[in-house]
Design a protein. Structure first.
Length: 141
């Protein structure tokens, strides 16, 4: 299993203290890992926990998404955490957001291409359109 070290962008936690997973933990994994899964290899899942993220406890007992797209995570003994997803806008992974990324978005205009469907957050709306271009423009140069 591959993990990614990011304390700032906490994504998910699955109860690791026992063999049984809580329903909320399974839902948290499905909801919060989907954007990562959609942009990675189909066989690659990333599980975030207290060792590699900002989540306060490894056992998730509740999860909710507010109207702004913030994911609120209630943990067993660590309290409440919030995850505000940052869109991935460096589509070609060259380390900068520039006209090459705009070209990639234009190539997928009015399609359901998940890499470029970044708005509205957190999961897009199923089509690459002006909403996505506005989000991309916020990160240019």
């Amino acid at each position: 299993m591959k993990t990614h070290n990011t304390k700032q962008n906490m994504k998910c936690a699955i109860c690791s203290g026992s063999l049984s997973l809580t329903l909320a933990s399974i839902i948290a994994a499905a909801v919060l890992l989907f954007p990562t899964y959609a942009r990675s290899q189909p066989s690659e899942w990333i599980i975030y926990n207290t060792d590699n993220s900002g989540i306060p406890d490894n056992c998730v007992v509740a999860i909710g998404i507010d109207p702004q797209g913030n994911v609120w995570i209630g943990t067993k003994s660590g309290g409440l955490a919030v995850y505000r997803q940052m869109p991935v806008v460096d589509f070609n992974s060259d380390g900068i957001v520039d006209c090459a990324d705009i070209c990639i978005m234009i190539d997928h205009w009015h399609t359901d291409y998940p890499l470029c469907d970044i708005a509205p957050t957190p999961f897009g709306d199923g089509i690459v359109d002006v909403q996505d271009l506005i989000v991309l423009a916020e990160y240019l140069f």
